[in-house]
Design a protein around this ligand. Structure first.
Ligand SMILES: [Zn+2]
Length: 259
């Protein structure tokens, strides 16, 4: 990862336009894509996933994902978003939000989220990855490392399949060919922080986020499989500690939006 950071810093120093600053946190990252390119990558990745992953057959699971998804997306700004919420049938407890507002929840996570607010914690976190453009940042790193930093449209034209696989990996969706890149520790903590405020603004009690992460820790402790999106860094304890630090601010948001 140090190598990536160094390369990113070099590219950022050379071409100022490839840098992106997160408006919420001020963190800088490499960005070789504009947001409409990102949205179209997200859309084609989502079409791919829908083709290859069965949907849940349980209508109430789909309805729940849609209900919580609408509330969360109602309080965020995501460029070029055409929101869509799909509950997939999968043994892996996982969820994602692709650029362009394409949200997927794997139904194996529902026993751990347990209630609407628990699911809002997960979806808030995933939507935050999209609004913070973490996937675009990782896609840029992938382009830099695997394809020598060529522009996305050139990559698409010359190596469409390779570019598609890079995108899926960068957006945290496992594929048979590509590998999933774990989010960095700073991206995870950023998504936790933003996601907590999103769920509060959407009218969900932010204290439920801490409860979810504790249940998730127990699930892993009991030998449950760990999905890539919720990978080992930061540790669950570090996440929970940060969420607890942010709780007064989040509760104030919640009280404001509750009525
Ligand atoms: Zn994450």
């Amino acid at each position: 990862m140090k190598k990536i950071a160094l390369l990113a810093a070099l590219v950022c120093a050379a071409v100022i336009v490839t840098c992106y600053t997160n408006p919420e946190t001020g963190r800088k990252g490499l960005m070789l894509l504009n947001s409409s390119q990102e949205a179209s990558l997200g859309l084609s990745a989502f079409q791919d996933i829908k083709k290859n992953t069965p949907r849940t057959t349980n209508a109430s699971e789909q309805a729940l994902v849609e209900k919580v998804g609408r509330k969360i997306s109602g309080v965020v700004k995501l460029s070029n978003a055409q929101w869509e919420y799909v509950c997939f049938k999968s043994e892996e407890p996982n969820a994602f939000c692709l650029p362009g507002g394409k949200i997927g929840v794997y139904n194996a996570i529902l026993p751990i989220t347990q209630n609407e607010a628990g699911l809002a914690a997960v979806m808030g976190h995933e939507v935050a990855h999209a609004t913070a453009r973490h996937g675009g940042e990782r896609m840029s790193e992938s382009l830099l490392i695997s394809l020598g930093g060529i522009a996305l449209d050139v990559a698409m034209a010359e190596k469409p399949e390779e570019t598609r696989q890079l995108a899926l990996g960068a957006y945290g969706v496992g594929t048979t060919l590509g590998r999933t890149l774990p989010h960095s520790r700073s991206q995870e903590l950023e998504a936790d922080r933003m996601g907590l405020l999103y769920m509060a603004r959407a009218g969900y009690d932010p204290r439920e986020a801490v409860k979810f992460w504790k249940r998730f820790k127990d699930f892993k402790g009991a030998g449950g499989s760990v999905p890539a999106f919720l990978s080992t860094h930061p540790t669950d304890d570090r996440r929970i500690a940060q969420l607890e630090e942010l709780m007064p601010e989040a509760i104030a948001e919640y009280e404001k939006h509750r009525k």
